[in-house]
Design a protein around this ligand. Structure first.
Ligand SMILES: *[C@@H]1O[C@H](CO)[C@@H](O)[C@H](O)[C@H]1NC(C)=O
Ligand SMILES: *[C@@H]1O[C@H](CO)[C@@H](O)[C@H](O)[C@H]1NC(C)=O
Ligand SMILES: *[C@@H]1O[C@H](CO)[C@@H](O)[C@H](O)[C@H]1NC(C)=O
Ligand SMILES: *[C@@H]1O[C@H](CO)[C@@H](O)[C@H](O)[C@H]1NC(C)=O
Ligand SMILES: *[C@@H]1O[C@H](CO)[C@@H](O)[C@H](O)[C@H]1NC(C)=O
Ligand SMILES: *[C@@H]1O[C@H](CO)[C@@H](O)[C@H](O)[C@H]1NC(C)=O
Ligand SMILES: *[C@@H]1O[C@H](CO)[C@@H](O)[C@H](O)[C@H]1NC(C)=O
Ligand SMILES: *[C@@H]1O[C@H](CO)[C@@H](O)[C@H](O)[C@H]1NC(C)=O
Ligand SMILES: *[C@@H]1O[C@H](CO)[C@@H](O)[C@H](O)[C@H]1NC(C)=O
Length: 386
């Protein structure tokens, strides 16, 4: 295989300048700033315990890290309810939310209540919470357990919720049946819980799941039904995730990725499995993906090269992120990349490559790799070890 290295400079998109002006101030140092659509009042701790007058044009209120122990409809009298689409009330030490708090918010598409120790009966207030299309409900860092989660969702109008975030809570187990009533849910973020297992007993139309930083020991089974058959090759399984296209499960302790593991994930295109505890990986497993990130896993483990003429050789992979790869552990050639004719980017940062990549050292370590006739056009390779 012929290998060329050459450089390209990263194009940095221009930073968008936003003009914020002070729209509320109070002696000695409470300041809120506004631009055309958003108002930001943050980090005043217990010196700010009410929402000041919100100008009429404001659609987005970021009111975080202040104090709002008791939230009621009155809390929001200083704003035009029907205008507000985006409301962030994270980290306000909210302990109580009254029943009709959200009733007058008719245009809401984003609500963030993260970092509040809200007691369980907040679910009553959720009965008056309605989202427009593409709604986001963000409930991170709230010590939510399985029981609390089910209570929270009991009266919630799940129509219109597209994104649900339950990151950094206290969930130990989750099943797709838990969100089966969220008919428009597309993105689920359950990163940073204590999940030991994750099951898919109900079919879900979710498209993206982030489940990084949990304690998962095995890759979830996405096949519906309890068929124990090990003869996967001849059995057609029904998927519980017909629309799942992106799944991120990095930083768990998954030990195995059997070659059949993606068999019920026909629509999956992006998989992130960095930092797990694999002992062995068959690259062939991933032949349908176009993006695969599996960094920091091969250093001490075994990577099985695909057999010639295998499916992986005709793989559709376009973006391959294999940071922290040790070529010392297996045949020191780049055979594992052979035949990846759709490859557009390859990230081998922090890897100890068996060849000298610094033939063309370039600014900002941006390197484009060319394999045979295949151009890898947007490659990011940073070399830190040889
Ligand atoms: C910010 O203000 C400057 C000058 O007042 C103006 O030219 C620019 O368009 C403004 N930018 C935005 C994003 O409103
Ligand atoms: C919250 O605000 C206080 C000041 O009131 C500040 O010291 C603290 O760093 C802020 N916390 C976060 C997470 O921003
Ligand atoms: C409304 O805002 C004003 C200052 O702008 C404040 O004095 C008042 O307490 C606020 N009302 C409520 C109910 O928070
Ligand atoms: C919701 O999201 C979809 C897909 O991104 C978009 O086509 C649609 O216009 C959005 N609807 C609203 C009301 O923003
Ligand atoms: C989180 O919830 C558990 C059980 O519901 C409770 O024992 C624990 O004290 C809570 N932790 C915090 C920080 O509130
Ligand atoms: C999931 O939520 C956590 C906590 O807010 C956040 O740090 C992380 O970026 C989210 N993940 C994605 C992919 O949105
Ligand atoms: C997942 O964990 C829960 C709680 O620990 C347990 O009840 C359940 O049987 C487990 N399911 C599977 C499939 O391992
Ligand atoms: C699956 O295997 C278990 C234990 O081997 C057995 O008890 C159960 O009946 C099997 N289920 C099916 C559907 O074959
Ligand atoms: C590389 O992987 C090893 C374990 O496989 C890990 O300990 C180390 O932190 C990783 N290094 C980087 C830079 O990610």
């Amino acid at each position: 295989m012929i290998l060329f290295w050459y450089c390209s400079l990263l194009l940095l998109s221009d930073v968008i300048a936003v003009n914020f002006t002070t729209c509320y101030s109070e002696y000695p140092n409470i300041i809120c700033s506004c631009d055309h659509h958003q108002m930001i009042c943050s980090n005043h701790g217990d010196t700010l315990d009410f929402i000041p007058k919100v100008p009429n044009n404001i659609k987005m209120l970021i009111f975080t890290n202040n104090t709002l122990n008791h939230v009621t409809e009155m809390t929001f009298v200083n704003m035009t309810w029907s205008k507000i689409a985006h409301l962030s009330l994270a980290r306000n030490d909210i302990r109580f939310i009254s029943k009709h708090t959200f009733r007058e918010f008719t245009s809401l598409v984003f609500l963030d209540l993260s970092y509040n120790a809200i007691p369980v009966y907040v679910q009553i207030s959720f009965s008056d919470l309605h989202f427009e299309e593409n709604g986001s409900l963000i409930l991170n860092h709230m010590n939510i357990t399985e029981t609390k989660m089910n209570e929270l969702f009991r009266y919630l109008d799940t129509n219109g919720i597209k994104t649900l975030s339950l990151a950094y809570n206290n969930l130990k187990f989750i099943d797709s049946c838990d969100w089966v009533n969220f008919l428009s849910l597309k993105v689920l973020n359950i990163t940073g819980n204590k999940l030991k297992n994750m099951t898919f007993k109900c079919q879900t139309k979710v498209e993206i799941i982030y489940a990084d930083f949990n304690n998962l020991v095995s890759f979830p089974n996405f096949c519906l039904g309890n068929d124990n058959s090990t003869n996967y090759r001849y059995t057609k399984f029904k998927t519980s995730v017909p629309s799942l296209r992106k799944f991120s499960i990095s930083n768990n302790i998954i030990k195995e990725m059997p070659p059949t593991v993606l068999r019920c994930m026909d629509d999956l295109r992006e998989l992130f499995i960095t930092k797990n505890s694999f002992h062995k990986i068959e690259l062939q497993t991933f032949h349908k993906l176009h993006t695969l990130e599996m960094s920091s896993i091969f250093r001490y483990y075994q990577i099985n090269k695909p057999q010639s003429h295998s499916k992986f050789l005709k793989a559709s992979i376009e973006h391959l992120m294999l940071q922290n790869l040790s070529f010392g552990m297996f045949t020191t050639d780049l055979g594992i990349f052979e035949g990846l004719h759709h490859l557009r980017s390859l990230d081998l940062s922090y890897s100890d490559l068996p060849f000298s990549p610094m033939i063309f050292k370039c600014p900002s370590n941006q390197i484009v790799v060319k394999f045979d006739e295949v151009d890898i056009t947007e490659c990011r390779i940073k070399m830190y070890a040889l």
